[in-house]
Design a protein around this ligand. Structure first.
Ligand code: IMP
Ligand code: MG
Length: 186
C-alpha cells in the first residue's frame, strides 16, 4: 500500500475534493481582487494550518501585496480547543495603516481569530478582514464572522489540505473526516 492510500485509510470519508477546493479558491481570489482594488494589501497567513490554502489563494489574487506570517496555538495535539490562544511567532513588520487580510484554515470556536483581529486593530491597521477555507459554525464560543470563506462544514474533526492532527495529514490534497479511532486515546 502506498503512502497516500495509507493516509486515506485513516479517514471515514472525503468531505471536500481537491477539484472543488481549487474552484472555490479561484473564485475567492477573484472576489478579493475586486474588493481590494487600489488598496495596499497585507496578507497574513496563520501558521501552520493555513499554509496550503495561503499558497494557492495568493496566486489567485491579482493585486500587489505584502505577505507575512504569524503562528498561534490553542490546540496542542488534542482535537478540542483549549480556549487559550498563544502568540508563538509575530509579524516581521508593523501593520499600521495597512489593509490586513488574515488567512486561516478553519474557524472553529472563533477564539483564535477574535484574538488576532483585536491584535491587528490595536496595532492600528487601516482595516482587518478574515478569509478562511472552512467554517464550523456549530462550535462557535465567541461571536465571529469570517468576511470570506470557501466551505461551511459540520461538527467533525477534519484533516488535509494543510489541516493536521498531531502534525500529520497536512499533505493530503483533499479534506477528509478523521476516523475517531485515531484520536480515541485522547
Ligand atoms: P478556534 O480558535 O477554535 O476557532 O480554532 C482554531 C484552530 O483550531 C484552527 O486554526 C485549527 O488549527 C484548529 N482546528 C479547529 N478545528 C479543526 C479541525 O477540524 N481539524 C484540524 N484543525 C482544527
Ligand atoms: Mg490553525
Amino acid at each position: 500500500m502506498d503512502c497516500t492510500a495509507k493516509l486515506y485509510g485513516d479517514l471515514t470519508k472525503i468531505l471536500v475534493k481537491r477539484e472543488d477546493i481549487a474552484v472555490a479558491v479561484k473564485r475567492l481570489g477573484e472576489q478579493i481582487t475586486k474588493d481590494y482594488e487600489g488598496h495596499e494589501l497585507m496578507v497574513v497567513g496563520i501558521l501552520k494550518g493555513a499554509i496550503v490554502f495561503y499558497s494557492d489563494l495568493i496566486r489567485e489574487i491579482d493585486l500587489p501585496m505584502r505577505t507575512d506570517f504569524m503562528a498561534v496555538s490553542s490546540y496542542g495535539s488534542a482535537t478540542k480547543s483549549s480556549g487559550v490562544v498563544q502568540l508563538r511567532k509575530d509579524l516581521d513588520r508593523p501593520v499600521e495603516g495597512m489593509d490586513v487580510l488574515i488567512v486561516e484554515d478553519i474557524v472553529d470556536s472563533g477564539m483564535t481569530l477574535s484574538y488576532l483581529k483585536r491584535v491587528f486593530q490595536d496595532r492600528g491597521a487601516a482595516s482587518v478582514r478574515i478569509a478562511t477555507l472552512l467554517d464550523k459554525p456549530a462550535r462557535r464560543r465567541v461571536e465571529l464572522k469570517a468576511d470570506y470563506f470557501c466551505f461551511t462544514i459540520p461538527d467533525e474533526f477534519v484533516v488535509g489540505y494543510g489541516l493536521d492532527y498531531d502534525e500529520k495529514y497536512r499533505n493530503l490534497p483533499d479534506i477528509g473526516v478523521l476516523h475517531p479511532r485515531i484520536y480515541a486515546g485522547e
